[in-house]
Design a protein around this ligand. Sequence first.
Ligand code: HDE
Length: 714
Amino acid sequence: MKKNDNHNEKNAKEGDLELNKSNATDQFLTTNQGVKINDNNNSLKAGERGASLLEDFILREKITHFDHERIPERIVHARGSAAHGYFELYNSMEKYTKAGFLNDTNTKTPVFVRFSTVAGSRGSTDLARDVRGFSVKFYTQEGNYDLVGNNMPVFFIQDAMKFPDLIHAVKPEPHNEIPQAASAHDTFWDFISLMPESMHMIMWVMSDRAIPRSLRMMEGFGVHTFRFINDKNESHFVKFHWKPKLGMHSVLWDEAQKISGKNSDFHKQDLWEAIDSGNFPEWELGVQIIPESDEHKFDFDLLDPTKLIPEELVPVTIIGKMVLNRNPDNFFAETEQVAFHPGHVVPGIDFTNDPLLQGRLFSYTDTQLSRLGSPNFHEIPINRTIAPMHNNQRDGHMRQEIATGKVSYHPNSLGGGCPFQAKIDEGGFASFNERIDAHKIRERSDSFSDHFSQAKLFYDSQTAIEQEHIIKALSFELGKVETVAIRERMLGLLSEIDKILANKVAKELGMVVPKEAKKPINHGVGADDDHIKHEPKIVKQNIEISDALSILKNPPPISTIATRQIAFLCCDGVNAASIKNMKLALKDAGAVVKIIAPHLGTILSEEGIEISVDQSYLIAASVLFDGVFIPAGKEILKLKDIKEVKEFITDSYKHCKYIATENQGTDVLKSILNKENVNDAGLLISETIGDKNLASSFVNALTKHRFWEREAKS
Ligand code: HDE
């Protein structure tokens, strides 16, 4: 992408007030018309105490522009974080698709990726329990291809017709705009309790997938079944997967809530800092490929977006990798103005008749018209294709291109026939020649009627710890619902998935599971019972457990603690050698160490060495860190009386984090945690100061992210 030249800080040293004007002669402040401004502090007035004059074009231009700085935020996925990078192909996919960027292993395709939460406004918190958007714009030689997916492989609804209802239900309630970014309220669960088709997605949203530790540590999915088309015009069905190199990690719900208060930009900052420090996040692109002839081979319909294809049935083939290596230069110009569209496809990729996907194909252009204000949104730098672009579309608000000549129609002879249509073998896009012979109806296929089997598959595939998190999440969310009848309906639906799950949630709610699941008013299918063509049903699946669905059953492909944040709890009188040894080991392994102390500035070690402090206890919080070290030190025991330190250690312990201590540091731990808890293999303790073995065991332990056994025990 071409960078903007409007750098105000071009020749200035960071924070330096002594700007050297002689080096910055091209940096005069000007109006938007390029007129140099002589006074940017005072408006034009009739006398120094007089009224402002309408004639002041400089003031008017500045304020008018300011008044219009905001554009409507996205109705969904408003809060986003993005980065630039590239995609590299491992093996040619030409057997399946003619898409150039999936054929040529020598091409590095530039990408721009935007992650988002769905329900919250632009200013909401990163750690809301929510689906995350995972949108990738590939700037291919044959035009832009957008893979506009989520971090969960299924969706709440089966038909685009229900999308506005879903979003109205999940967004803050319209009368009081509460709650922001959270689904824990009556309208959402009212809708869900009447839509059994949402049950599979609800299991995902109530799982730890909805509260990732980092955007760099979550999977991505294309969700719908798409088609690959090869140069013989043969079609294969395809599902897209993004697998993070750092593996999948999540935070606990208690942490998520606290992080929202301590740093609502936790994910945004994490992504930014990782890229800024050269720790470029990577994902591998995987595909599940299904021959056309296998379309009806499964226990579910490939066109139903509430279903996934278990990896055990169709393995995911890894075909390439994506690296994010550059932060945006300007949030508004790039992250905000980027316009994704599942209909931005290139030859070799095509759609299926998934009724949710079909609705999306209409929606995304429409939304850009009101959000970006013009059909010329493709001319905004971040949206421009790198492929040559010629057509006869003209004019409109904010047109950038100055089209020359008098010909803007096709066919023409006056323009030499340009621009020409491309034949298929010249790279022209032609839709897959699918045979359709059908009645015009408003109906849902009977093959879409099983709403519980995959919800059960997901739940059954989790470890006991993960199942417990789902139970807690449901108890929390439904506990916030005030209407008892909604909670009751939900318990009925949950009992269709798993009786123990439903009973445990019921117990937390002080209720009993209804004997029979209450029949939702309309099964989400029609306005009244007359329209119900197909009762919900359960189809026995030919797979009972899919390990790929669990986070904890899938350790990261690479064992690293790079970019992990480790807190060193310190004060005056700390032992500098103890800090130095541990810091070295952690930094060598790529972790980020922060010295925390009662005040900013410096502290004095017992050896008389000044140590710089990164954060004070007022600012730091355990939930913002992955691990904790309490070093040795003659006066370190003073920490046990600091309220924030007590909270720090208690929270770290409660959230199953690894804690290392050396010598007197162990006494701080012992005095804050009760004795029994100190016998815990997640606590790494050494009597020796500067213990190299302790440091390497701590590094090793941190690769596991959490000491889950602690939670299982409690
Ligand atoms: Fe979207 N969706 N969506 N969606 N969606 C938008 O487009 C819509 C759906 C997804 O980072 C909007 O530019 C309809 C599924 C992502 O800029 C809007 C339906 C999936 C993003 C829209 C769906 C998604 C959006 C709002 C049902 C996962 C953020 C702003 C038929 C596969 C893109 C915008 C970004 C954004 C409509 C369902 C993913 C209004 C009508 C399923 C990641 O056009």
